[in-house]
Design a protein around this ligand. Structure first.
Ligand SMILES: [Zn+2]
Length: 347
């Protein structure tokens, strides 16, 4: 039975990529879009604050990305952590409910959108999958260490596993289609995530994404070979990739990853602006518009990336541009049906 669930979810992901013409579209920046709608996210909890204050806005942003053509929604739990909620005076139960809510809001948006579009003739959408976001330990610290990988000498494997464990359990129980570990900066945290997936016997697919600040190494300076060698041994991680990294590094990184792993590759870079973790602001540098992003995204697809989207400072219009490019390239017309009976029967 458990194998059945695993098989079904992995097949759903593979089938989505296939239906999308070999490369599916991940959504874009979340906090960026919340801010655009007037949400204040100047807080250590960042976009997770919105789970408390304005959950309907989160759903609205998910719907905007679906409309733009996202095949995968990433939940608003990147910086939502139980220690983070506890430090804001919430109880453990309240914190867990908020984590569940992040998944529920994305699932509801997906179902609502699909119900509305499913029977529209000649529509070009796929039924989206929901990836529960698990931000790195550095994202919780909110001190920029997810881009340096320097967690300090008191942070060891067990501490990282303890940090991630309960959130992982709660998110999985809420029923997402997959897990997205994001902005992982070093080998130690990679190892922690892998061990947790095994220890918790997680039965849904997952991806692990790294950040890179030099376009060559993980944020910690460790080589991607070191990080990917350990991931390659795990059958719990289905996809590996890069997020929140400037777009001009991505081409090189896809080529590098292709040499280091046979797992499918996901990339969702930021807009190219640089986040100053100490001053907590975006430094305008090498920023470029959606047109250029879209041009790059076509290259990334040609280089073999299987999932492509945007991270910080990208918007629904970025995602729409990517989605349109891919659908035009493949001449994709979906049939309006995602699941084939045989796959559902295996569950
Ligand atoms: Zn980002």
């Amino acid at each position: 039975m458990r194998m059945g669930i695993k098989t079904q979810k992995v097949l759903l992901l593979e089938e989505l990529i296939e239906k999308a013409g070999g490369c599916a579209v991940v959504d874009g920046g979340f906090a960026t879009q919340l801010e655009k709608h007037g949400a204040s996210i100047n807080d250590p909890l960042w976009s997770a604050l919105c789970l408390i204050k304005n959950p309907q806005l989160i759903k609205k942003v998910h719907l905007e990305y679906l409309e733009a053509g996202a095949d995968i929604l990433v939940t608003s739990s990147y910086q939502a952590t139980l220690p983070g909620f506890l430090s804001r005076g919430l109880s453990m139960e309240e914190g867990e409910r908020l984590l569940q809510k992040s998944v529920k809001l994305a699932l509801e948006a997906r179902d609502k959108f699909w119900e509305a579009i499913e029977n529209v003739p000649e529509h070009r959408y796929n039924r989206a999958l929901v990836a529960a976001s698990i931000g790195s330990y550095g994202a919780y610290l909110a001190d920029g260490s997810e881009y340096s990988g320097r967690y300090g000498s008191d942070v060891n494997l067990d501490k990282l596993k303890d940090f991630h464990r309960r959130r992982l359990q709660v998110l999985v129980e809420a029923g997402p289609d997959l897990l997205a570990f994001e902005t992982i900066p070093n080998k130690l945290e990679t190892q922690a995530c892998l061990e947790l997936l095994d220890e918790e016997d997680i039965q849904i697919p997952s991806w692990i994404c790294f950040s890179s600040v030099d376009g060559e190494h993980a944020a910690s300076g460790e080589s991607f070979k070191e990080c990917l060698d350990i991931i390659n041994k795990s059958n719990k991680v289905n996809v590996v990739g890069i997020n929140c990294t400037p777009p001009h590094f991505i081409e090189n990184l896809i080529s590098k990853f292709r040499e280091l792993t046979e797992k499918p590759i996901v990339v969702y870079p930021n807009s190219g602006e640089v986040w100053d973790g100490r001053d907590k602001r975006w430094l305008p540098s090498k920023c470029f518009g959606d047109g250029k992003f879209e041009h790059y995204a076509a290259r990334w697809r040609d280089l073999g990336a299987k999932l492509i989207g945007g991270c910080c400072r990208t918007t629904p219009s970025t995602i729409q541009a990517i989605s349109k490019t891919y659908r035009d390239l493949t001449g994709l017309k979906t049939t309006g049906r995602q699941g084939r009976g045989v796959k559902e029967g295996e569950a």
